[in-house]
Design a protein around this ligand. Sequence first.
Ligand code: BGP
Length: 469
Amino acid sequence: MMDKRILWGGATAANQYEGAFNLDGKGLSIADVEIGSKHGVPREVHSDIKEGFYYPSHEAIDFYHRYKEDIALFAEMGFTCFRMSINWTRIFPQGDELEPNEAGLAFYDKVFDELLSYGIQPIVTLSHYETPLHLVKTYGSWRSRELITFFERFCRVVFERYKDKVTYWMTFNEINEIMNQDEPYHQAGILFEEGENRNLTKVLASHHMFLASARAVLVGHEINPNFKIGCMIQYPTTYPKHCKPEDVLAQRYHMMPNFYYSDVMSKGEYTNLCQAQLKRLGVSFNISESDRKLLKAGKVDYIALSYYFSSVASLDENGQLLVERSNPYLERNDWDWPIDPIGLRIALNELYDRYQKPLFVVENGLGAIDQFNADGEIIDTYRMTYLGNHINELKKAISEDFVDVIGYTCWGPIDIISVGTGEMRKRYGFIYVDKDDTGKGSLRRIKKASFNWYKKVIASNGNDTSINE
Ligand code: BGP
């Protein structure tokens, strides 16, 4: 039984949800030139919009025009919070203007007012894979220190504008994925050039983003001291493959690039772990005294995390780190992601032990292929089982392990575009959206069986996760 009341809701990102990619003055973001993948093929990025291609972000599922209908459905489920991003390119279409786009600001006013009219608090990500394309082309994205100024300007404008409407903010979505991805396109707007020192670029771009995040924390607190500004990481709970000490070391090695991010943003410095990680990467760089001071002053208030699955790590015979998703103790979803609810409890304990800062689970969920039955319904028991089991472990982390958790927003409470594949058929929602992978469909919203289930979960503060079949 969990007594502590936490926030409950769902999480989205503008580029996967809003559509209206070129309306009311919006500029192009990196998402707007990315096409969907054919199954198994990586997504392709174009330098501009090309004739004859389908770009999933352009319409997405059109929250831009349907926000009232969607928010009413969220309210019906009893949401007390809703995570969304402000699309940077609605506010600063190119990213480097001096004055914001009023129509973009007005849109988020309408959305926040609608949410607040139902008592739903907006939880806002400032940068969720939506770097302005112009900044990528003109400045090389976060390779350039100049982006710190542009990001700070964007933050200042939205903090001022929404200071009475939003309390919880987070800076960069899954920032730690910069180190984990071959090319950190989504996270940092970077595709490598030939001959580029990739590790060095990743480290420097990350440094610029750390400084930008620290500036955002300082500016935000100056505008409203009650703001809570967090970082956001993808938490990759990892187990040693065997009880061999080498595999335990491998597990630690695998966590290093991830803690690298949460250490700098939460502790305000490059810790011994960060230095060890830099050494492993074979790169070094100078950090000025003023940068060090800024990082120390701009530590985050809380840590937000996404959690989907766990991995296992080992060292191969050449001493190389090997990370696998296959774990004989776990089942996997349609996209081969292992399903591991206890991994969430472990994640929360590891993070809280390390940082002693409040945690916010801002993404968790099951991507699945949903099918209508003969009665025209989607009975998504698999989704309820996945979420219910994770919520049960979340409650144990709170009530038995005394971890301080602010809230839980599952990913994609309504079906939206998948970031990994650009598909629609990878569905996370309690609400089905009639749209397929080629962009066809009426966009009609249809409740799945999990809709009423989540309503009950929220009403019971997560204490009733039972499924009535
Ligand atoms: C996270 C992202 C989200 C989201 C989610 C699910 O990495 O922060 O934007 O999309 O993963 O991933 P996918 O959409 O590929 O299933």
